[in-house]
Design a protein around this ligand. Sequence first.
Ligand code: TRP
Length: 374
Amino acid sequence: MTVTDTTQGADTTEDAALHADASYAVSHARSQTLHELIDDPQARGRDRLRVLTGDRPTGPLHIGHLFATLKSRVAIQDKGIDTFILVADYQVITDRDSIGDVRAATLGQLADYLASGIDPERSTIFAHSAVPEVGQLTLSFLSLVSDAELRRNPTVKDELAATDGRPLSGLLLTYPVHQAADILSVHGTVVPVGRDQLPHVEQTRAIARRFNQRYAAGEQYFRAPDALLTELPVVPGLDGKKMSTSRGNGISLGMTADETAARIRKARTDSERRITFEPDRRPEVASMLRIVGLFTGEAPEAVAARIGDGGAAVLKRELTAAVNDGLAPHRERRAALAADPAYLESVLREGNARAREVATRTLDDVHDRLGLHY
Ligand code: TRP
């Protein structure tokens, strides 16, 4: 049977932009329906939802992660929805030469997960490297995609552009297929992600459909998953750009109160005395106001009005207090967890075993459908 939709899509940049907008609108609508489904205990039971999401262990998680992802994962878990969280260690080497201290990053990430309320009894936390079945599923999925389709993936293109002239590695080109295996290995149906990950969810949906068509004689073996779009805004860094560990513009969850104060003290503002919320003209000040607001629940305009002529000094004082007070309970739990690496390792080992059991069953089913059983 031929796969008909591998070459479908846009040829010109303009078409590509239109196509991206249209598919965003569709994904957004599906995501809205999903939010409603998740909030309705009866409906979500009937639909047997399973969440799969993950993070690359590239460094400490920061307050952006707390507001954009960790809190919503905990909320989903607390609604009783089966949740799998992946430490995507193989994805670390998609766009860089060295995997770095991946062990430290993984244990730190795990400490932040648990400190934020992810409960390892109810959520399965696992790592790529511990579930080789995911890698093996990737092989059969690679037969379902064309190289043109892989090269068109806008997120992969952006990531390649950000590597400053490195050649496109086979892993960077194909990681969306590996990510499809992450999701489908555990039959994930709900994928909480930011907008940049939508092309990968679309790729996963195409792979699920094509697998069913080509290898499962039309049986609905894989269900096409839906993206659950993060509704919270991306938390800006202190300089108004995207918060990232490597830019040094972020506040990581694991920093001490003193380190946080020092980072905020050194952050640049501007020379205007009066504090106002004007994101375009004053990005640094606007970011700081937004971060205060996230912790206090106020609108950034209200924070600005309160500070007014107090200027940057008062703004920084308020920001330091808001962040350090807001994160104190998380940091206390995190420190206790980080002091017990044996416990963290046991959590990961158990999660790995559970995920591996599910992925092994999926791989067996896939092999059955491919006729690969001896
Ligand atoms: N690519 C995601 C990121 O960079 C991490 C990730 C890996 C992921 N596998 C996943 C997210 C599966 C959702 C589902 O943030």
